[in-house]
Design a protein around this ligand. Structure first.
Ligand code: NDP
Length: 420
């Protein structure tokens, strides 16, 4: 029995909300709040029409404003807040949870909307020099809440999507059941889906394009090695998908895994991209369309990447037209009982199956299901621990069981092909 406040009602949120509704024992009441309340109302109507017993209300909230979020929390009195809005809102929502002493869960690392803001920029440039990676997001802002969350007795569960989220749980599971020591981790994110558009992003375009157009980096022997965007390319034959080109990216779980599993010698993250996606992205970048710096256009201030977002298909609308499968997982190399061992833990998810079940494509599905699972484990007390943690810091077993139960079954391959 619990009351959940969900903030955001986009592609990922719509899956998370429907999965919460399926998990009837845990989620009995839910308030869906977002900037555009009509999306929340449509979701409420869908759940009611499909006969789910969860009691749903909706609200408008400006999640950039901690006071507005606090006001809603005080009114609704939830047991936890699931933030499936954008990473820009993470800190405002964490502040509100702290003020109201309510557990906090999200799927993505904080990054600021305006990367030219002077105070943030100075801290960012210092971090780039000190830590050696230039991504706009890093965990320092959210890890800084550790003591305050502990004092308030509340849990902050960070990054419970697929990657980050499940990939970190796979790591904890591999360490618990398969290895005495892990030496190498390669995280492979393959989307073999085709939506038929020349160019579209599978989740929020702003966040997606920022991530993909940034420098790559990997963790080796306790420090970051940075690469140019798309500098390192490999081919991999993904089970149930086939041969794909993949590129090394910086990704947020590497930071947490590097800290929490210091024995690991190297952690890399690869994502597959088709040539059409890369060509479009390079062209848009060259003409300045990926910029987050506002420009004046016909007397009005616009942010180029936000204008681009308005032109691109809404990721939540890709479901009916996307066919094919995703395969996301981790290859681990290490030692067990004195012998070298390699395993590959992965999930394969079919875009059309996701659409048939929930009306969504697989990228939203593979993020929304783990968002529900992490929230359920916090609410059931299994992952309740005052402070701020990533998903690799808890017992992975109940999470792994729930992945099988709620639509993301996983496979352990004990003789996988390696990435060189
Ligand atoms: P969408 O853009 O589809 O949805 C975002 C939602 O947040 C929208 O409903 C939007 O409202 C709402 N929102 C945005 N700003 C505010 C605000 N200031 N106040 C209130 N609501 C707001 O994004 P996605 O669903 O694709 O992504 C959601 C999150 O999931 C992101 O943080 C993304 O980074 C993360 N993600 C994580 C992954 C993982 O594996 N860990 C993978 C993919 C995504 P409106 O409808 O008005 O625009």
């Amino acid at each position: 029995m619990s009351r959940l406040l969900v903030i955001g009602c986009g592609g990922v949120a719509q899956v998370a909300i429907q999965k919460c509704a399926q998990n009837k024992e845990v989620f009995t009441e839910m308030c869906i709040a977002s900037r555009t309340v009509s999306k929340c109302d449509a979701m409420k109507e869908k759940l009611e029409k499909e006969g789910f017993p969860v009691k749903v209300t909706t609200a408008t909230v400006n999640a950039d404003d901690a006071a507005d979020v606090s006001k809603l929390i005080r009114q609704y009195k939830p047991d936890a807040v699931l933030n499936v809005a954008l990473p820009y809102q993470d800190l405002a929502i964490m502040d509100a949870c702290l003020e109201c002493k309510v557990d906090y869960i999200d799927t993505a690392n904080y990054e600021p909307e305006d990367t030219d803001e002077p105070v943030w920029r100075t801290a960012y440039e210092k971090r780039c020099r000190e830590k050696g990676f230039t991504a706009y997001f890093d965990y320092s802002y959210q890890w800084a809440y550790m003591d305050r969350f502990k004092e308030a007795g509340i849990t902050g569960l960070l990054g419970t999507g697929f990657d980050p989220g499940v990939t970190s749980v796979f790591t904890a599971y591999a360490r618990k059941h398969y290895f005495d020591r892990i030496d190498y981790i390669d995280i492979l994110d393959c989307n073999g889906g085709d939506h038929g558009y020349a160019f579209a992003t599978n989740f929020n375009p702003e966040i997606n394009l920022r991530e993909v157009s940034a420098n790559g980096s990997y963790w080796e022997d306790g420090h970051w090695v940075e690469t140019k965007p798309m500098e390192i390319k490999r081919e991999y034959d993904f089970p149930e998908v086939g041969m794909k080109d993949m590129y090394l990216l910086h990704h947020e779980e590497i930071e947490a895994l590097g800290r929490n599993f210091p024995e690991v010698k190297r952690i890399r993250f690869f994502m597959t991209f088709g040539q059409s996606y890369l060509d479009h992205m390079r062209c848009l970048e060259d003409v300045g369309m990926l910029s987050t710096t506002p420009i004046k256009f016909e007397g009005k201030e616009i942010v180029p990447i936000q204008f681009l977002k308005a032109l691109l298909p809404d990721p939540a609308s890709l479901g009916p037209r996307t066919v094919g499968k995703t395969n996301i997982g981790c290859i681990f190399r290490g030692v067990k009982d004195g012998k070298e061992r390699t395993i590959y833990i992965y999930n394969v998810c079919d875009h059309q199956e996701c659409y048939k079940e929930l009306g969504s494509q697989a990228i939203s599905y593979t993020t929304g299901v783990p968002a529900m699972i992490g929230t359920a484990l916090v609410l059931r007390g299994k992952w309740k621990k005052p402070g701020v943690y990533t998903t690799d810091e808890f017992d992975p077993d109940p999470y792994m069981d729930m992945l099988n139960e709620f639509g993301l079954p996983w496979v352990v391959d004990e003789a996988p092909a390696l990435v060189d």
